[in-house]
Design a binder for this molecule. Structure first.
Ligand code: GDP
Length: 445
């Protein structure tokens, strides 16, 4: 799977950070050293790594820890944000001309990068968007490239324009555009000829096409498994012919991810799509934020961080924590905590991030707070009087029966709720602080 080895290394670094309640500047430095090594081993461009680590370090040392997060989570947040930035932040789409105007897309790349396959994949995507694409077989050098394009075009239900292999690519391209305008196509995708290595002839051919055909998008296809070679190829193409975007193929087999992380920063050009397999449907839009969380392998923590940012009512949380610590947890708090938890995307995921939560303890709580049962719990708590909810009145058997009737449940459900509530109260008291931790965490360093 993509990025496995990089993800694993980064996750180990963060696991160690998350174990610590407070971080010193030294902790951050040591962690970033590990991050640096992991990125270099993933074949991320050296300069990119250096700048990346520098930005993270500066931000981490200077920043306040956000409420709702611990310092370890704060570092992950910063690493994640910088990683998203590195990959361009925004999703970039292929720029298409509106309506019947013809957009000519020139595909370029070395032999074997996946250009012909990607050409057909993109045609499928554009067709889905309601465009009428025409594929032009301009790769007259690689044996069987034309037949391959024809087969793939057929699979996608997209017409392929071909003149065999005895014409110059630029002439095929011109004829294809003419054919398109006569037959109502509004996109022409040129599958140009690659070479095994970058050579003058190939570049000249592409420049000639660009000069003589109204190419509006030049898309470079590179093989992500080649790591920094892919980045170098992209730089050279950008320099010599100018490119508008990159498709990174074979990411499904790339465990390192160096090209994905470097291309944007080195060439200034966005990744448009990623190839995730040999099938024609295996082409995905590139989302820098999703890619970063895939690389960090921490969807759960990142979601928590996001939600903490958006939703957590800090004052309420701090108040609740104070009460928890004094063991004054009431049914009202239980309700409130359920609301907070719901906002934060599930109690179990949060509990699993708590240090020291695991095994049977975790299971017990999971059972107690099965989200499907939450509605029933709410109904029971709402059937209590205010004094019962605040703990001023104890729950006698007759009160329990009244609550059960009110909520439309069995009295045994009420008994279970009370038991779980007591258990939860006990456990929450034992939990290391999480809410409002920022106030105590303070600045790094
Ligand atoms: P071209 O010489 O650049 O036109 O390359 P091809 O399109 O013929 O692709 C070369 C090989 O890479 C073929 O076997 C493709 O099936 C394979 N390939 C292309 N894209 C991907 C991808 O995203 N993932 C995987 N696993 N294989 C791919």
């Amino acid at each position: 799977m993509a990025f496995d080895s990089l993800s694993e290394k980064l996750q180990n670094v963060f696991k160690n950070l998350r174990r610590k309640g407070r971080l010193t500047e030294e902790d951050v430095k040591a962690a970033l050293k590990e991050v640096k090594l992991a990125l270099l081993e993933a074949d991320v461009n050296f300069k990119v790594v250096k700048n990346f680590v520098k930005s993270v370090q500066e931000r981490a040392v200077g920043s306040d820890v956000m409420n709702g997060l611990n310092p370890g989570q704060m570092v992950i947040k910063i690493v994640n944000e910088e990683m998203v930035k590195l990959m361009g932040s925004e999703t970039t789409e292929i720029a298409l001309k509106p309506g019947i105007a013809i957009t000519v897309i020139m595909m370029a790349g070395l032999q074997g990068a996946g250009k012909t396959t990607t050409t057909a994949k993109i045609a499928g995507k554009l067709k889905q968007k309601g465009k009428k694409p025409l594929l032009a077989a301009c790769d007259v050098y690689r044996p069987a490239a034309i037949a391959q394009l024809q087969t793939n075009g057929e699979k996608q239900g997209v017409e392929v324009f071909s003149m065999g292999d005895s014409h110059k690519p630029v002439n095929i391209a011109k004829a294809a555009v003419e054919h398109a305008s006569k037959n109502g196509f509004n996109v022409v995708i040129l599958d140009t000829a690659g070479r095994l290595h970058i050579d003058e002839e190939m570049m000249d051919e592409l420049i000639e096409i660009k000069e003589q055909v109204d190419v509006s998008q030049t898309i470079l296809v590179v093989d992500s498994m080649t790591g920094q070679d892919a980045v170098n190829v992209a730089s050279t193409f950008e320099e010599k012919i100018g490119i508008d975007g990159v498709v990174l193929t074979k990411l499904d087999g790339d465990t390192r991810g160096g090209a994905a992380l470097s291309i944007r920063a080195v060439t200034g050009k966005p990744i448009l799509y990623i190839g995730m397999g040999e099938k024609l449907s295996d082409l995905e839009q590139f989302y820098p934020d999703r890619m970063a969380s895939r690389i960090l392998g921490m969807g759960d923590v990142l979601t928590l961080i996001e939600k903490a940012q958006e939703d957590l009512d800090e004052t309420k949380a701090a108040e609740m924590e104070k009460r928890l610590r004094k063991a004054q947890f009431t049914f009202d708090d239980y309700l409130e905590s359920m609301n907070q938890m719901k906002k934060m995307g599930g109690l179990t995921s949060i509990l699993s991030m708590m240090p020291g939560m695991g095994g049977s303890q975790m299971k017990q709580i999971e059972d107690a707070v099965d989200e499907k049962k939450m509605a029933r719990i709410e109904a029971m708590i709402y059937s209590m009087t205010a004094r019962e909810r605040s703990g001023q009145d104890g729950l006698s058997p007759s009160r329990k029966r009244r609550i059960a009737n009110g909520a439309g449940v069995d009295i045994s459900d009420v008994n279970r709720l009370v038991k779980q509530f007591d258990q939860m109260k006990k456990m929450m008291k034992q939990m290391p602080g999480m809410m409002g931790k920022g106030k105590r965490g303070g600045k790094f360093g």
